[in-house]
Ligand binder design. Sequence first.
Ligand code: SF4
Ligand code: SF4
Length: 309
Amino acid sequence: MTELVVLSGKGGTGKTSVTASLAALAEAPVLADCDVDASNLPLVLAPRIQHHGTFSSGLRARIQSSRCSVCGQCEELCRFNAISYYESANDDEAGAFRVDPIACEGCGVCAHFCPEGALEMIPSDGGEWFLSETRLGPLVHARLRPGQGNSGKLAALVREKARETARANGRELVLIDGPPGIGCPVIASMTGATNVLVVTEPTVAGKYDLERILALIRHFNLPVSVCINKYDLNSAMVAQIERYTAELGATTVGRIPYDPAVTAAQRRGISVVELNQGQAAPAIVELWKTLSEKCLNLTPGHYQPISAG
Ligand code: SF4
Ligand code: SF4
């Protein structure tokens, strides 16, 4: 099975636009959006949810008020200031200690030392994952709840569900829209992948972020290709990026021009190759042809240029 992760090193380079177009060009892919903090691929693919599951990012403390003697020991012990005393609104009733579920780090110290055994550790509600049908194939995506950690764990879950879906349906290609940056979710989305495509742009910041993501990918020893988006904005920087990419043994597989059709496609909720207007669409078709034949070793039949529309 081929598992291609599309990364960028930072947000805003056009990574999701490129991924959505590759999804339209590839034959029978399974799609995954590992950007669990802010998934964008569903905005383009209008998913119809078929299955969903909950995600627990760890444990959280919960006070069973019926057993609590309001001694205050847990508040003193918690290093994260996650337990506080609240006065009752009713003068006749005593106040109570409560756990702030966002501040709680799940260390378990309070539960260990509570003299009444009133604190229990329960799985946190970290978010949800979804398996959806889209016009371009099955899509696995997720939503991490605000303030929850472990986005890497949820990204790994999304990647694993996509693999399961591909195996169950006999599909050869998993196409992953990776998270921005170089942090834990990026590492999780790359683990076990077979190929990486980095989408960059010809700016000083773009080159800096490209260097960071290529350095990270080197640790995984994965074949990496680079695509330069909006290449016509700065030809001198394009030359620098291509030189740097070649020095690292990576391949520049495509140059995509700046094209207002990309924004027009986003407004319509479709990929730019589906819109098939302007200069970006044919450039992405060429990019996919090069990538699939030369880097992914997919047979030529595995790309389907979109007809003019
Ligand atoms: S340590 Fe236990 S009994 Fe004491 S306030 Fe906390 S929960 Fe209540
Ligand atoms: S589990 Fe740890 S972080 Fe959470 S409330 Fe208890 S002591 Fe504080």
